[in-house]
Ligand binder design. Structure first.
Ligand SMILES: [Zn+2]
Length: 501
C-alpha cells in the first residue's frame, strides 16, 4: 500500500497526504531545516505554532556531533530534540562533499580520482586585483584547501556585475602545524571563473575522495577522516530514527566533463541500489512503522541525461524521489552552460532549475512524492509546484530572518523583484507601527511593530532571531498551505498570478 495519496490535482500541481511513522504530512509541504537537531532560534513549540509539519535534519552534522550512536542511545532524534512530528534526513553526502572538503561548492567534488573538474581558478588576496599569489590547484602551494588544520568559519558569495563572475569569500581559521592551538583568521577570495577551467594539465586538490566504496571526507570539526558509504549513511539515518531517509549520491558539478558525468551517474546508480538493499534488510519490517527511503535523481543541465535518469530511478522504485544535482547555472554555482548566463544570473539559475524539473516530473511515478532538494523561495514554490513538486526544504526563511530580510506579501509590496522581502534595518521603518507583513497571522506580526523588530535587529538582541524566524517560517509554510488550497479548488493559476507578475 502506498503511503502517499493524491487528493486533488490542478494540471500538474498536486495536493496530497504523506503518511509517515510520526504522522501525516499534507503536501505540498515546506520543511524548515534543523541542521544540528534544532531549527535555528525556534523551539519545537514555536515550530508547531507556525504549523510546521516536518523538518529536515542533517545527517553529516549529527553523525559528527554529537554522534548518531549517542542519539540512538538517547531514544532517537525525535526524542533527543523534543520533536514528535516527522523528520526527513539527508544522506550526509552534500556536506561531505562541501563542508568536509573545505566548504567550497565549486571545489567540493574535486579529487585526483575524479578528472579535471576544478572550478576554483584563482585565489586572490583580498581587495587586490593582482594576479593570484597562490594557485589553489597547485598541491605544493600554500593553498588552504590541502591543509587539514584549517577550519572554515564563514563563506559568502558575491556576484560581480561587471565581470559576470561569482567570487566567494571564505574566512578560515588557520592553525599552523608548528604552533597548534594558535589561531589566525584569514580571509581568502576564491574567484570562480565563469568559463570552466578545463585544462587537462590541471592537478586538482584532493578534498574529498570518491571511490566505489563511498566518499572519504575530512571532518570540519576536528580534521578527522571518515568514510561515508551508502550503507553507512542509511545506518546513521536509521539510528537517528528518521521518517524519510535519503540515499547517498554524488553531487554533480556543472563543470564536470561529459565522460565524468557518465561515470559518476553509473556509480550513483550502484550507490542507490546498495542503499536500497541495506534499507530493505535493516528497516522495521512492519509497514506502518517503517520509515521511507527516497531515491535521488542526479544529473546535470541536460535534458537527455535527466530523462534517462528519471526513467532509471522510476524503474528501481523508491518511496519518493528527490531531485538534485546540477542545474547548469544553478543557484549555487556559476556555469558556462546556460544560454541565459550573463543577463540575469539569478533568473537564469532559477529557470534552469524549473526547466529541469519540468523535464523529469512527467516521467516519475504519479503515486510517489517528489522533493526538490534545497530550494524554497517564493518563486520556486509556484514554479516547482506547477511542475509537480510536492516537497521543499530550504534554509532561506531562517537564514534570511537572521540577516534582517523579512518576507512580505504582494499587498505589502512583496514582488519578484525584491524577492518578497524587506530589509528591516532601513531607516524608513524607524517609527513604523505596522506589523512586518500586515495581515499575517503569525505571533510576531500580531504583537510587534516593524519599529520594534528594527530596534531589536540593530541592537543584536537574541529575541530578534526568534521573532524574525517565527515570521519568516510561518510566511513560507502559510504560503505553501495556501497553494495547497488553491490546487484543491483548482485555482492555482489564479493564485500564482496574484503573486508572480
Ligand atoms: Zn508574520
Amino acid at each position: 500500500m502506498s503511503n502517499f495519496k493524491i487528493l486533488g490535482k490542478d494540471k500538474m500541481a498536486r495536493a496530497g497526504v504523506l503518511t509517515t511513522p510520526h504522522g501525516e504530512v499534507k503536501t505540498p509541504v515546506y520543511m524548515p531545516i534543523g541542521t544540528v537537531g534544532s531549527v535555528k532560534a525556534l523551539a519545537p513549540d514555536d515550530l508547531k505554532k507556525v504549523n510546521t509539519q516536518i523538518i529536515l535534519g542533517n545527517t553529516y552534522h549529527l553523525y559528527l556531533r554529537p554522534g548518531s550512536k549517542l542519539i540512538k542511545k538517547m531514544g532517537g532524534l525525535h526524542k533527543f530534540m523534543g520533536w514528535d512530528y516527522p523528520i526527513l534526513t539527508d544522506s550526509g553526502g552534500f556536506q561531505a562533499f562541501s563542508l568536509g572538503a573545505m566548504i567550497e561548492h565549486g571545489v567540493r567534488k574535486v579529487g585526483r580520482s575524479m578528472g579535471p573538474a576544478s572550478s576554483v581558478s584563482q585565489v586572490r588576496p583580498r581587495g587586490t586585483n593582482k594576479p593570484p599569489a597562490v594557485d589553489a590547484r597547485d598541491p605544493s602551494s600554500e593553498s588552504p584547501i590541502d591543509q587539514n588544520y584549517l577550519r572554515v568559519r564563514k563563506s559568502g558569495r558575491v556576484y560581480n556585475e561587471k565581470s559576470k563572475k561569482i567570487t566567494r569569500r571564505v574566512t578560515v581559521e588557520e592553525l599552523s602545524q608548528k604552533e597548534k592551538g594558535k589561531k589566525r583568521s584569514v580571509s581568502k577570495w576564491y574567484e570562480h571563473s565563469s568559463s570552466a577551467s578545463q585544462s587537462k594539465k590541471e592537478e586538482p586538490e584532493i578534498l574529498s575522495k570518491i571511490t566505489e566504496e563511498g566518499v572519504e571526507f575530512t571532518s570540519h570539526l576536528d580534521g578527522g577522516k571518515h568514510l561515508l558509504t551508502p550503507e553507512k549513511s542509511v545506518e546513521v539515518q536509521l539510528d537517528l530514527g528518521s521518517d524519510i531517509i535519503l540515499v547517498l549520491d554524488e553531487l554533480l558539478s556543472p563543470l564536470s566533463s561529459p565522460s565524468y558525468v557518465a561515470q559518476s551517474l553509473e556509480r550513483t546508480h550502484r550507490w542507490e541500489q546498495r542503499s536500497k538493499a541495506y534499507f530493505e534488510k535493516h528497516c522495521e519490517k512492519k509497514r506502518e512503522k517503517r520509515g521511507m527511503l527516497f531515491g535521488i535523481l542526479q544529473g546535470v543541465y541536460d535534458r537527455g541525461i535527466r530523462e534517462k535518469e528519471a526513467m532509471w530511478i522510476s524503474k528501481v522504485g523508491f518511496d519518493g524521489f528527490s531531485i538534485g544535482g546540477s542545474f547548469g547555472t544553478s543557484k549555487y554555482w556559476p556555469s558556462s552552460r546556460h544560454p541565459d548566463e550573463g543577463q540575469d544570473l539569478d533568473w537564469a539559475a532559477s529557470k534552469a532549475i524549473y526547466e529541469t524539473i519540468g523535464w523529469v516530473t512527467p516521467l516519475l511515478p504519479d503515486s510517489a512524492p517528489r522533493h526538490a532538494l534545497g530550494i524554497g523561495e517564493v518563486l520556486d514554490l509556484f514554479e516547482c509546484i506547477e511542475r509537480g513538486i510536492d516537497m521543499f526544504d530550504c534554509v532561506a526563511p531562517t537564514r534570511r530572518a537572521r540577516n534582517g530580510s523579512l518576507y512580505i506579501s504582494p499587498k505589502n509590496g512583496g514582488k519578484q523583484k525584491n524577492k518578497f522581502v524587506m530589509a528591516i534595518e532601513r531607516s524608513e521603518f524607524k517609527e513604523d507601527k505596522k506589523a512586518i507583513d500586515p495581515g499575517c497571522s503569525c505571533y510576531t506580526c500580531k504583537n510587534f511593530s516593524r519599529a520594534y523588530l528594527r530596534h531589536l535587529y540593530l541592537s543584536a538582541e537574541i529575541l530578534y532571531h526568534r521573532l524574525a524566524s517565527i515570521h519568516n517560517v510561518y510566511f513560507m509554510l502559510n504560503l505553501t498551505n495556501e497553494i495547497r488550497g488553491s490546487i484543491l479548488e483548482k485555482r492555482f493559476k489564479k493564485l500564482k498570478n496574484l503573486w508572480i507578475k
